[in-house]
Design a protein around this ligand. Structure first.
Ligand code: IVH
Length: 687
């Protein structure tokens, strides 16, 4: 081929590769920033492989900061302090069959002098969570940093303190850095998602996403509630330490050593002398993993002898002395029989895939989520297609892709809905939004969704008000919005006649409706069904607004100052109260006597002190004398107010040991007075 010919082939290849780079950037953004995956790991790895192959063939086209050189990045948009890793946090090369592992071992055996080193390999579980690096100084836990881009991570020390399985003190006063994985146990994951479903909150797609979302919470209390767990698998500079009176020489010893110090490991580190046992062990763990309470997506094979690590060295993003083996994904193919368009309480119309029933990792699946029409287009999915279905975790299966190779030509294109499947009104697609929306305020499905949410256990908790009853009441025209629930008593006689519901059951429902008026403000607020405002956020908003009239007046900026309120939530609250229909519903609810007023604490003012009254206090770091709860109680007792975050309204920041980002932030605001715990105690003692 002549030079010109070669150039044009390169350019054509380069055009193709540019698309792959853009695709990878998009997936990285979703995975690392939004904690969601648009494609399976296998598909992602395939794209990376394509890019790597291209870069190998045409090195002159390789970008300076190629994705292939970078470890995934989760630190754009960061709210946490950035910390540079003393040693880069590397990733691992992936393999999907034993052949790749054999090649990996061959490479090592070839490179290493076997007279000097006795080669053996450790097989460990590959935990599917988030990597973390933690530092102990003199036996005390002082820092926890996420991987970030491999060189710079996020300081999540405060959140790490909330993970019970990470010891605050080692059994010896040793300084070290260990790396491991933060996971959310499956049992916790399922519980949390059950709760979120009930609360009408978006569920976590899988335990990894849930762990990632949790670890990046600004509110350490939420981290504590979620009960994350952690396992460690890598000690930095192991040969600096002694185990059983001798310097550590192998990876196996390093894990035993950290275990001895009180650091949690999975306990799985099988020493293999050669590859012959490998296949049997892979098969064993592929089955056994199902009985573990954390997700493993594969195994890691590491050279046991640490001196070999130095000998083999590292590539830009992964060591040459370790490789990951990925278990086959929990995927299966089935037929897409049709699409049902569903209307939610917010009017969002989403496609649900109706599938030929299949058994997928133990459960029967006949519906799968497709999120939105753009996803259908992107994945090129048609009715009648054979599709790959993957179960991300225990909950909702996802359609990964269609198998175009087996198309018969009879497949039917999926047409986006023009009209609401419930009320038939014309659907709207807003600029920049992928969702089709039904804007009809009296759309029965929307009303039904809104009412079900309103009466749910986490909402107004109106017992006896099941799905069928809601449907019936809407059908009869008794319910046009949530406020009509409180008018139902006017139709008592007619209600009793519906499907012979009877006097008693209607009386019960009406009684429960009446009782619900006395619910706390946070419950009434949650029940309104403001997008993104689940149980936890509703509580925070209620605490920070005292009553709904204050909340209605809050600007987006004010809402954002509240710790625990993100951009989406703040905008949603602001928008919600700018809609006249919502204001009218709230007016009617108030008229019926629904409580939108936070409880004024009937406090004992005898202990109030001038220095505390009306002043806001916030605690950060580890207190020595008081517990956080006791300290906050003391503030209230003395007439002060407990703040939730550092902002201009904060008067005092009380700083315990190892205070982190809050202290840094407070130092920048001149009006905030910074107190040590001792100073705070003296200040409160004077009274
Ligand atoms: S060793 C330099 N061991 O998998 C050594 N990693 O895909 C790097 N992972 O970044 C890591 N289980 O977050 C190692 N037993 C294990 C692991 C493990 C899970 C994660 C880790 C790593 C990623 C690479």
């Amino acid at each position: 081929m002549n030079k010109e010919g070669k150039m044009s082939r390169e350019s054509i290849e380069f055009e193709k590769i540019k698309k792959i780079i853009a695709e990878l950037e998009l997936h990285n953004y979703h995975y690392y920033i939004k904690n969601e995956s648009l494609i399976s790991d296998v598909e992602y790895d395939k794209l990376v492989k394509k890019l790597e192959d291209f870069e190998k063939n045409f090195p002159e086209f390789k970008e300076k900061m190629s994705i292939t050189d970078k470890v995934g990045n989760d630190i754009k948009d960061t709210k946490f302090k950035k910390i540079e890793h003393k040693k880069p946090m590397l990733s691992l090369d992936n393999s999907y069959d034993t052949e790749d592992i054999k090649k990996f071992i061959e490479r090592i055996e070839k490179a290493v002098d076997k007279d000097v080193y006795s080669l053996s390999y450790d097989l460990e579980l590959k935990l599917d969570g988030l990597s973390i690096s933690i530092v102990y100084e003199d036996g005390k836990l002082i820092q926890g940093v996420t991987r970030g881009d491999g060189n710079v991570g996020e300081d999540v020390t405060e959140n790490i303190y909330m993970i019970k399985s990470i010891p605050k003190y080692l059994k010896q006063r040793i300084s070290l850095e260990v790396r491991g994985e933060i996971v959310l146990p499956l049992s916790r994951f399922n519980k949390i998602n059950e709760e979120r479903l009930k609360n009408g909150e978006e569920i976590f797609a899988n335990p990894r996403n849930a762990a990632a979302g949790t670890l990046r919470q600004l509110d350490a209390k939420i981290v504590e509630e979620r009960e994350l767990d952690a396992y460690f698998y890598f000690l930095i500079d192991p040969n600096k330490y002694e185990f059983n009176g001798k310097p550590i020489k192998t990876h196996g010893e390093s894990l035993n050593y950290i275990k001895l110090l009180g650091i949690k490991t999975t306990g799985v580190c099988e020493n293999l002398k050669n590859v012959s046992e490998l296949e049997e062990r892979i098969e064993y763990w592929n089955k056994k993993k199902e009985s573990l309470d954390y997700e493993t997506d594969g195994l890691v094979i590491k050279v046991d002898e640490i001196a070999v690590w130095e000998e083999m060295g590292e590539r830009s993003k992964s060591p040459r002395w370790a490789i990951a083996y990925k278990f086959p994904a929990k995927q299966i193919t089935t037929k897409l029989l049709g699409i049902t368009w569903q209307v939610g309480r917010t009017g969002k119309v989403t496609p649900v895939a109706e599938l030929e029933e299949v058994n997928l990792s133990g459960s029967n699946v006949k519906r799968a989520s497709l999120h939105n029409y753009e996803e259908i287009l992107r994945k090129d999915i048609k009715i009648g297609d054979t599709v790959f279905v993957e179960k991300a975790a225990e909950i909702i299966p996802q359609i990964i892709k269609s198998v175009k190779e087996v198309r018969t030509g009879l497949e039917i294109e999926i047409i986006p809905p023009e009209f609401c499947p419930s009320c038939k009104s014309k659907l709207i697609k807003e600029e920049g939004n992928v969702d089709f929306k039904c804007l009809n305020p009296v759309c029965p499905e929307k009303i039904k969704g809104g009412i079900e949410y309103f009466v749910s256990r986490n909402g107004m908790n109106i017992l006896g008000f099941g799905e069928k009853i809601v449907e019936k009441f809407i059908e009869k025209g008794f319910l046009n919005d949530i406020s009509d629930i409180y008018n139902l008593y006017l139709h008592k006689k007619e209600l009793e006649l519906i499907d012979k519901m009877g006097k008693k059951s209607i009386e019960n429902i009406l009684e429960n409706i009446e009782k619900s008026k006395k619910n706390d403000y946070e419950k009434s607020l949650y029940s309104l069904g403001i997008p993104y405002i689940g149980k936890v956020v509703a509580k925070i908003l209620a605490e920070n607004s005292k009553n709904i009239d204050n909340l209605m007046l809050m600007e987006v900026e004010t809402l954002l100052e509240i710790e625990g309120i993100g951009e989406k939530g703040a905008n949603a609250v602001f928008e919600f109260f700018r809609d006249d229909k919502n204001i009218e519903i709230i007016r009617k609810l108030k008229e019926h006597g629904v409580n939108f007023q936070g409880e004024e604490k009937k406090e004992d003012k005898t202990n109030h002190s001038l220095e505390f009254i009306g002043n806001t206090f916030l605690f950060t770091g580890k207190l020595n004398v008081l517990t956080r709860t006791k300290a906050e109680e003391l503030v209230e007792k003395l007439g002060g107010i407990n703040a939730r975050g550092v902002n201009k309204k904060l008067n005092y920041l009380v700083v315990g040991e190892d205070a982190g980002s809050k202290l840094e932030k407070a130092k920048k605001i001149e009006t905030i007075k910074i107190l040590t715990e001792k100073e705070f105690l003296i200040m409160s003692d004077k009274n």
